[in-house]
Structure formats: structure tokens, C-alpha cells
Design a protein around this ligand. Structure first.
Ligand SMILES: Nc1ncnc2c1ncn2[C@@H]1O[C@H](COP(=O)(O)OP(=O)(O)OP(=O)(O)O)[C@@H](O)[C@H]1O
Ligand SMILES: [Mg+2]
Length: 251
């Protein structure tokens, strides 16, 4: 379980996370939803210290951290080892093959042997249907395939939690489906995941827990059933605002 308590993050005096407390259960998929600019990426990045909040605590089982205090290199390394982030634009190394993209970090950061990491990488590539692509370069793959590789790269670090920030928003619908099916599979296997997405169908079918963020506050924290089937007025508005409705005009 990851627990955040009373987290405050400011940019230029403006609070973008406002005394926020939330937990992310083990072995479950938590989906973070909310309008643009609400603080979703900031929240996710606070978990692996890509963003440093001014105050609050992070409790990650055996690791506890007070954001207001200096963080030692060791502590930051230990936290980062427990998480792997998958970004919107996959960011694979263009000069490395698919296999090398996956094996580099486990070999250099975790000091694992070449043989062990390559075996694991090939197994992961098989899992995402890309076993044949090990020796290609990223530029020879579609966006959806590259994103599947970047999921393999994250999993190769054996993280406790995989963090995904809008993993499919740069993909067209068909490629998006390929990636979502893999995430669904991982979710069923009990991989702990925290996913920021704008895809409501995916959230509804895969989430064990929904966290709805607006203006740096958590407005909802509960089950997908409650979120989608018993929405508050605000959530109803949010849900209707993001479905395409040509009877609406731009405000
Ligand atoms: N590095 C930064 N410097 C200053 N302000 C920032 C920075 N990063 C984010 N912000 C501001 O913090 C707020 C929250 O941003 P954040 O990126 O977390 O939103 P988000 O919910 O992920 O939005 P989106 O759905 O568009 O990705 C926004 O008002 C944003 O402008
Ligand atoms: Mg974001």
C-alpha cells in the first residue's frame, strides 16, 4: 500500500495539490481521473519524487518519507526502485534496439546479469506480442508497439507499482486498444498500477479504485461502480462534458 497524507505542492505560490490524502492499494489498479490541469500528473510524480511537494508524508510500506525534510540519495533510490513510470510519449532510446532498451536499466541500476535481463526481456516481449521485434530499432515500430515496449521496460525493473501517465493519449484508437488490452491483462494478474487516463470505458472496466481530482483536491475516492453509476452532480457534469455531443456549443 502507498499512502499519501496531507500533501501540499505549490508552484509559484499557487497550491496545485491542496492538503491531499489518498492511498493506493497493493495488487490493485487505481485510476486517477479529473479535468486538465487538476493535478493528476503532479500527484503521480510525487510518488516517485519526480515532483517534490513542500509538505506531507509518503508511506510505502517499509519506506517512510516526510516531504518537508531533505531526502537522502539512498532513500530516493529506494523509492524509485519500487516504482516504474510509463510516459505518454514512451521515450525509448532511438539508438538502442528494443532488447537493449529493456535491458539497460536492470543491468546498470539493478546490476543484474546480461543473461538474466535478456531472458526476462524476451519473456516480457512475448507477453505483449512483440517477441519478434527484439532486434529492431524504435523508429521501425508503430507508436502502439513502442508504448508496449516501454511497458516492458518498466516491468523489467520489477517495480512494486507501475505508474502510467496517460499511456495511450498519443495513440490512435486501434493502437490504443492494443495497449489497453495489455494493461487489462496486467491488472488481472494483480500488478499494482496507478493510471492517469481520459479513457472512461477503460477506467470503468479495469479500475479497482477511482480517484477523481479537481483543483488539487480529491473530490471522489471509491469504487468504479459508485463513480459511474451513482455520480455526484459534479462528476455527472465531468462525465457528460467529455463525451462528444454536437448539440453543445463551445463556451
Ligand atoms: N513545472 C511546473 N511549473 C509551474 N506550474 C506547473 C508545473 N507543472 C504543473 N503546473 C501547474 O500545476 C497544475 C497541475 O498540473 P498537472 O500537470 O498536474 O495537471 P494534470 O491534471 O496532469 O493535467 P492534464 O490532464 O492536462 O495532463 C496546473 O495548473 C499546471 O499548470
Ligand atoms: Mg497530466
Amino acid at each position: 500500500m502507498i499512502t499519501l497524507k496531507n500533501v501540499i505542492k505549490k508552484y509559484g505560490g499557487k497550491e496545485v495539490l491542496k492538503d491531499l490524502s489518498v492511498d493506493f492499494p497493493d495488487g490493485k489498479t487505481t485510476v486517477i481521473l479529473g479535468p486538465s490541469g487538476s493535478g493528476k500528473s503532479t500527484l503521480l510524480r510525487s510518488l516517485d519524487l519526480l515532483v517534490r511537494p513542500e509538505s506531507g508524508t509518503l508511506d510505502f510500506g517499509d519506506i517512510k518519507l516526510n516531504y518537508a525534510e531533505p531526502v537522502s540519495k539512498k532513500l530516493s533510490f529506494d523509492i524509485r526502485k519500487k516504482t516504474s513510470m510509463v510516459f505518454q510519449n514512451w521515450n525509448l532510446f532511438p539508438n538502442l534496439t528494443v532488447l537493449q532498451n529493456i535491458t539497460t536499466a536492470p543491468m546498470t541500476v539493478l546490476k543484474k546479469s546480461k543473461q538474466e535481463t535478456e531472458e526476462r526481456a524476451r519473456q516480457l516481449l512475448g507477453q505483449v506480442g512483440l517477441a519478434e521485434y527484439a532486434d529492431r530499432y524504435p523508429s521501425q515500430l508503430s507508436g502502439g508497439q513502442q508504448q508496449r515496449i516501454s511497458i516492458c521496460r518498466a516491468l523489467a525493473m520489477d517495480p512494486e507499482y507501475v505508474l502510467l501517465d496517460e499511456p495511450t493519449s498519443a495513440l490512435d484508437p486501434e493502437l490504443e486498444t492494443q495497449v489497453l488490452l495489455i494493461l487489462e491483462e496486467l491488472s488481472k494478474m494483480g500488478q499494482s498500477m496507478i493510471i492517469v487516463t481520459h479513457n472512461m470505458e477503460f477506467a470503468r472496466s479495469v479500475a479497482d479504485k477511482i480517484v477523481f481530482v479537481e483543483n488539487g483536491d480529491i473530490l471522489f475516492d471509491g469504487t468504479p461502480d459508485d463513480f459511474f453509476n451513482h455520480p455526484t452532480t459534479r462528476i455527472k457534469d465531468f462525465l457528460s462534458g467529455i463525451t462528444f455531443d454536437d448539440s453543445k456549443t463551445l463556451k
